[in-house]
Design a binder for this molecule. Structure first.
Ligand SMILES: [Zn+2]
Length: 475
C-alpha cells in the first residue's frame, strides 16, 4: 500500500474546488440532490459508540489490564458529530490494494466522505475478468461490521465503452500498518479489541467459504474509534474442497505467509489466514514484523528458528525442495519463550493464544472460530460489544447484548457462475448486468464525469499497478 503525502493531497484539493455538484468528481445522472455540504461523519463514526470515559454497563470492564481505562483511546477525534481532520481533507488518493486504486471522495448525494475504488484492467483477459467479478460479488455479498463491503457501484457506461468498475465503500481513516509504525500508544486494550475484530471478521469470511489469502496489517482498516474492517479481496477465493486441485502459491505478502504456502503445498485452506493473524498479533505486541525475511527460504528459516524443526508429518504436503531444505539443516529446538519478550503485553494468556495460531502444521493450527473462544479475547469482546458494535444497544437500564457475538454468514458465497464464464465478452455482459441489477430500486445512481480534471488524474493512476496484475494474476 503506497500512501501519498501532503503535497499530493494539496494538488488534489485544487482539483476538487467547489461544492457545486458539477465540479465534483461524481456527477449525478438526474437533477436530484442538493449541493453537497462537504462534510459529514462517516457512518462508522455515527454508530452507538461512546467517547472515552463515558460510564457504561457492565462493570466487568474494571478487570482489564488497562486499569479500567474503558474503551481503547481513539486515535484522533472521538466525537461523532465533529468531523475529524481526515474527513475535512479534500478528495485524494488514499492507497493501493492488490489490484485497485482507492480514493477518498465526497458522495454528492449526502456530502459523505466515502472511499472510491477503481477496479481497472477488468477485461484484459478471462482470468482478470473472473477475478474482478469475484471481488465485486464478494463486496456486495458481505454483511458484517468487520468486513469492508460495497455501499454502491458507479453506473457503468454503455457496454461498448465499459472498461473499468468503480466501487464505493465506507471510508476508514487508517490501517493497522500505519498504526503499528506510528508513535501512537498501543495498549493491551487496543491489541485485544483489534485482534477480536480481526478474528470476528475472519470467522465470518471462513464461514462463507472464503479464504482472504492476503491478511496483513495494511489490509486491516481502522477508524478513530478503533473499529476494524478487513479489506482488499483482490486475492480472495472460495475454499477448494478437493485436495487434488492445485492452488496458486502467489498469495499472501511474504512476511505473513504460512509455512505450508512457503513450502509449496499445492492445496491449502483457511488456516493460512489464521497464520497471518498470528503474525499480526505478534507484530501488535512487539511493534515490529515477527518474521521479516529477504526471501521465502529465509522466511521459512526464521519460522523454524522460532518453532523448531517441524515433525515429518508436517512436511507431508511440502514440495521436494522445501522438504529437503528442512531435513538438510540442523535440528532446531523450539524457542517459543522469546515470545514473552515481545512486550509487557505478552502475558501467559497472550503467548498461549499466539502459540496456538503459529503452529507449523495447518491441521493442528487453531481455527479462527476457536481462537475467538480463547480467554485472551474475553475483554476485547466485552469492549467491542459494550461501546463499538452495531449489534447491541443501550437502554436506560443498561446494555442489551446480541445473542450471537460472532455471527457467521447466512449462506456460503457461491462461485458456480465462474464455470459458465467462457469469454471476456460474456463476462463483460454478465458484470454489466450484475451492476445494473444491483442498483435497481436503490439510490440515485452515480457515474463518472469523464470531463473533470480529477478524473483525468485518476485514470492515469492505472499505470502504477498494471505490472502487478500480470505478476499476481491467478486462478
Ligand atoms: Zn454487539
Amino acid at each position: 500500500m503506497a500512501f501519498h503525502g501532503a503535497g499530493r493531497q494539496t494538488v488534489c484539493g485544487d482539483l476538487f474546488p467547489g461544492s457545486e455538484l458539477g465540479h465534483k468528481y461524481f456527477c449525478v445522472n438526474s437533477s436530484c440532490g442538493a449541493p453537497s455540504t462537504g462534510l459529514s461523519a462517516t457512518s462508522c463514526l455515527t454508530g452507538p459508540t461512546a467517547p472515552a470515559g463515558t460510564p457504561r454497563h457492565p462493570t466487568a470492564l474494571g478487570g482489564s489490564t488497562g486499569g479500567g481505562a474503558a474503551v481503547p483511546q481513539p486515535y484522533s477525534n472521538p466525537a461523532s458529530e465533529v468531523p475529524s481532520p481526515a474527513e475535512m481533507e479534500p478528495d485524494r488518493p488514499i492507497g493501493y490494494g492488490a489490484f485497485g486504486v482507492v480514493w477518498s471522495v465526497t458522495d454528492p448525494r449526502d456530502g459523505r466522505k466515502v472511499a472510491l475504488k477503481k477496479m481497472p484492467n477488468v477485461f484484459q483477459n478471462l482470468v482478470s475478468c473472473k477475478r474482478v467479478f469475484r471481488e465485486l460479488r464478494m463486496l456486495c455479498f458481505f454483511k458484517h461490521d468487520n468486513v469492508l463491503s460495497a455501499l454502491d457501484i458507479l453506473q457503468p457506461p454503455q457496454i461498448d465503452c465499459f472498461e473499468e468498475i468503480y466501487v464505493i465503500t465506507e471510508l476508514m481513516q487508517s490501517d493497522l500498518h500505519k498504526v503499528i509504525v506510528s508513535p501512537q500508544p498501543l495498549t493491551t486494550d487496543h491489541i485485544k479489541v483489534f485482534l477480536y475484530q480481526i478474528l470476528r471478521g475472519l470467522k465470518y469470511l471462513h464461514s462463507a467459504g472464503i479464504l482472504h489469502r492476503d491478511i496483513k496489517p495494511g489490509n486491516l482498516l481502522v477508524n478513530s474509534n478503533c473499529l476494524l474492517k478487513i479489506c482488499d479481496f483482490g486475492l480472495a477465493r472460495v475454499e477448494e474442497p478437493d485436495p487434488s486441485r492445485h492452488m496458486t502459491q502467489e498469495v499472501v505478502t511474504q512476511y505473513y505467509r504460512a509455512p505450508e504456502v512457503l513450502m509449496g503445498c499445492r492445496h491449502y485452506g483457511s488456516a493460512i489466514d489464521v497464520w497471518s493473524v498470528g503474525c499480526i498479533f505478534a507484530e501488535l505486541l512487539g511493534r515490529r514484523i515477527l518474521f521479516q525475511a529477504q526471501s521465502p527460504i529465509q522466511q521459512l528459516d526464521l519460522i523454524t528458528d522460532l518453532l523448531g524443526t517441524p515433525p515429518l508429518s508436517a512436511l507431508a504436503s511440502a514440495c521436494e525442495g522445501a522438504r529437503a531444505h528442512i531435513l538438510r539443516g540442523p535440528h532446531k529446538p523450539p524457542s517459543l519463550s522469546v515470545l514473552y519478550m515481545l512486550s509487557d503485553g505478552a502475558t501467559h494468556e497472550a503467548v498461549h493464544l499466539l502459540c496456538r495460531m503459529l503452529v507449523f502444521d495447518p491441521a493442528k493450527r487453531i481455527s479462527g472460530s476457536d481462537a475467538l473462544s480463547h480467554p485472551y479475547l474475553d475483554e476485547g469482546r466485552l469492549r467491542y460489544h459494550t461501546c463499538m458494535c452495531q449489534c447491541c444497544y443501550s437502554v436506560p437500564s443498561g446494555r442489551v447484548y446480541t445473542r450471537d457475538f460472532e455471527p457467521v454468514a447466512e449462506r456460503p458465497f457461491s462461485h458456480s457462475y465462474e464455470n459458465s464464464l467462457l469469454s471476456v465478452w460474456q463476462g463483460k455482459e454478465l458484470i454489466h448486468r450484475f451492476i445494473t441489477e444491483h442498483q435497481q430500486g436503490k439510490r440515485v445512481p452515480l457515474c463518472i464525469n469523464p470531463q473533470s480534471a480529477a478524473f483525468k488524474t485518476f485514470i492515469r493512476s492505472t499505470a502504477w499497478h498494471s505490472s502487478k496484475v500480470s505478476r499476481k494474476e491467478e486462478r
